[in-house]
Design a binder for this molecule. Structure first.
Ligand code: PGA
Length: 252
């Protein structure tokens, strides 16, 4: 059965005390409610992850990281391995976010390695893809997403794909207030599911959770999530406000 997910991506926001307090309020909110229709995940900075994972233990909310190292361990100053992330109690890691691709020059080969490390460590992967504005305007968006998935993700086995969630995030919609229309999201999500089906077969494609990300907010979430191939969202800015984030979860 295909799972619905709403994941908050805090990016580089909130100090430790603020982050722990916020995680407590999210946990309290969902624990006092009947089970949400979507799995709720908080993807925090590394600094917060141990504390947030402890707060969320036995709650209805899961934790995740926003990145992991492409190597297993050793002399890689400043890096955090997938195994370390797993040891905090976190369940997920975001890989291939457009901010990692563009500001930190993470290419398909590195993202493929990071995905391998994460899966090997027992983490579930939220693998991001999406085109920039110019690629959309010149009609290259399908080709770009196909390449990102083909080179960064599809080298993994069908069995491993059960531990993967794909997030389509058009870069021109991230943090800009511009959102893909529900039809644009559906068109790309359907295309992605088709690619998964061609590579891994229909069953794996039908089970694959595909999230939309990019200026998703309470006012547009329900319409985007109503599309048949949109299985939830990866939420940046709106995940930092309790009311907005919970309203988006409830829009599923
Ligand atoms: P946004 O970010 O919701 O602030 O546009 C989404 C993301 O980058 O994951």
């Amino acid at each position: 059965m295909r799972k619905k997910i709403v994941a908050g991506n805090w990016k580089m926001n909130m100090n430790l005390a603020e982050g722990l307090k916020f995680a407590e309020s999210v946990s309290r909110y969902f624990n006092n409610k009947p089970a949400a229709k979507a799995e709720v995940i908080l993807c925090t900075p590394f600094i917060h992850l141990g504390g947030v994972s402890a707060i969320l233990e036995n709650s209805k909310v899961a934790s995740g990281a926003q990145n992991c190292a492409s190597e297993e361990s050793g002399a890689y100053t400043g890096e955090v391995s997938a195994g370390m992330i797993k040891s905090t109690g976190a369940k997920y890691v975001i890989i291939g976010h457009s901010e990692r691709r563009s500001y930190y020059h993470e290419d398909d080969a590195i993202l493929n390695r990071k995905t391998s490390m994460a899966l090997k460590s027992g983490l579930k992967v939220i693998f991001c893809c999406g085109e920039v504005k110019e690629e959309r305007e010149t009609g290259k968006h399908f080709e770009v997403v196909k390449r990102q998935l083909g080179n960064g993700l599809f080298l993994h086995s069908g069995k491993e794909m059960a531990e993967v969630v794909i997030a389509y995030e058009p870069v021109w919609a991230i943090g800009t207030g511009l959102t893909a229309t529900p039809d644009q999201a559906q068109e790309m999500h359907k295309f992605i599911r088709q690619l998964v089906s061609e590579k891994y077969g229909k069953e794996i494609a039908e089970d694959m959770t595909i999230l939309y990300g990019g200026s998703c907010k309470p006012s547009n979430a329900a319409e985007i999530f109503s599309k048949p191939d949109v299985d939830g969202g990866l939420i940046g800015g709106a995940s930092l406000k309790l009311d907005d984030f919970t309203a988006i979860v409830e829009a599923v």
